[in-house]
Write a protein that binds this ligand. Structure first.
Ligand code: MTE
Ligand code: MO
Length: 378
């Protein structure tokens, strides 16, 4: 199965006109309806950050164009003494933080999940390209909540986007929104207005978006319009119907909602790759985890019998372990014929990629080692 250049699967391969505004050159992106994933081969030679024009896009509907001058971020709810509205200029005048943070869709790797388990999971058949790392600049959500006088009794916030309501199978789920517990909201969440040193582009949430380190991408609400602050727990269809773990071994309840992302690795190679026999290569890749920094990456070129430690590149100054780890390893392919490359990462919590991921109904949180096909040519 061609998991990077996937053209099978009816809806998946058809671009929805103007759902995404930036150019989607086919050598960089695989388009899935209103969303697009980055090809891993297009990350080869790039620095630590995903260039903005190569960053994947996940849209539930379509990118809206928002007038920053008329825009307000409204904070409201019984967790505040009074509602408060913040303008774009006010937001940019508040104390800001700059941080390297990955955003990854919870369904990233789903096509590999389907292929490994022989099951067709519903949802976007992402390869491994529904992840990007950017240098974000923004105001800690904590600063905004404190400015608005958040009450000690507040337990949850509900950020909501300004894009159109999400309608699926005739059901209107309302605008994209996903609650966060107050602990996470006050910890490391950013209200970002810059991506890689430039104002956010429309596709990535202009004028402001949430960036929620380590958590499933849906928490990082784009085109942020309002945030409810509540003294009672909150839920939305994005925590009760989608973006949750269901199926055998996954009990229902509030803990089923996806939070931290899992460990993954990818080679910066075309799928399949063509490499020359007996010619020394340097294999490049990246590994990441929502739990914390990746501390070890091992590569096997013989189907998993021998694992060799890859050399980890030093993260850029200031990287707090919320992005990814770049790595490389020398390899000289043998005689012409098929080969497979495998990479296996371990994060700072000790979580290591298994050879197969445990199933769940919607194909989320794939973390297994992927067998990257290579054709060794004469
Ligand atoms: N308002 C809004 N926010 C959103 C979405 C959306 O469709 N609407 N998609 C979410 C999902 S599922 C993901 S994975 C990330 C993707 O961010 P990106 O498009 O900037 O890569 O945005 C999240 N924020
Ligand atoms: Mo997502």
């Amino acid at each position: 199965m061609d998991l990077d250049h996937r053209t099978t699967g009816a809806a998946a391969a058809t671009a929805i006109p103007s759902a995404i505004l930036k150019p989607l050159p086919p050598e960089v992106f695989v388009v899935h309806g209103a969303s697009a994933e980055t090809r891993w081969a297009a990350m080869r030679g790039q620095g630590h950050h995903t260039p903005t024009d190569r960053f994947f896009v996940r849209n539930h509907t379509a990118t809206p164009l928002i007038d920053a001058a008329a825009w307000r971020l409204r904070l409201h709810g019984d967790g505040l003494p009074a509602p408060r509205a913040i303008t774009y200029d006010e937001l940019r005048a508040l104390p800001a933080t700059v941080a390297d943070i990955a955003i990854e869709c919870a369904g990233n790797g789903r096509a590999h999940f389907s292929a490994q388990r022989g099951t067709d999971y519903p949802g976007i058949p992402w390869g491994l390209g529904a992840i990007g790392v950017a240098r974000w600049r923004g105001v800690p959500l904590r600063v905004l909540l404190e400015l608005a006088g958040v009450r000690p009794a507040a337990v949850a916030v509900m950020p909501r986007g300004l894009d159109a309501s999400y309608v699926e199978d005739g059901v209107d789920h309302g605008r994209v929104r996903r609650p966060l517990p107050i602990g996470k909201a006050l910890d490391d969440v950013l209200v970002a207005y810059e991506m890689n040193g430039r104002p956010l582009p429309p596709d990535h949430g202009f004028p402001a978006r949430l960036v929620v380190p380590g958590w499933s991408g849906v928490a990082s609400i784009k085109w942020l319009g309002d945030i409810e602050v509540s003294c009672a727990p909150l839920s939305s269809p994005w925590t009760t119907e989608f973006y949750l773990m269901t199926g055998p071994g996954h009990p229902a309840g509030p803990d089923a909602a996806l939070a931290e992302q899992v460990v993954k690795s990818a080679f910066e190679l075309p799928w399949p790759a063509r490499l020359r026999a007996f010619a020394p290569q340097v294999l490049h890749g990246r590994s990441w985890s929502g739990h914390g920094r990746v501390i070890r990456v091992e590569v096997s070129v013989d189907g998993g019998r021998v694992w060799r430690a890859a050399e980890l590149l030093r993260p850029p100054a200031g990287d707090a372990g919320r992005s990814w780890t770049r790595w490389r390893l020398g390899w000289t392919p043998g005689a012409p014929g098929p080969a497979e490359l495998m990479a296996r990462a371990t994060d700072a919590t000790g979580a290591r990629q298994p050879l197969a991921s445990g199933p769940n109904d919607l194909g989320y949180h794939f973390d297994a080692v992927v067998r990257h096909p290579v054709t060794v040519v004469a």
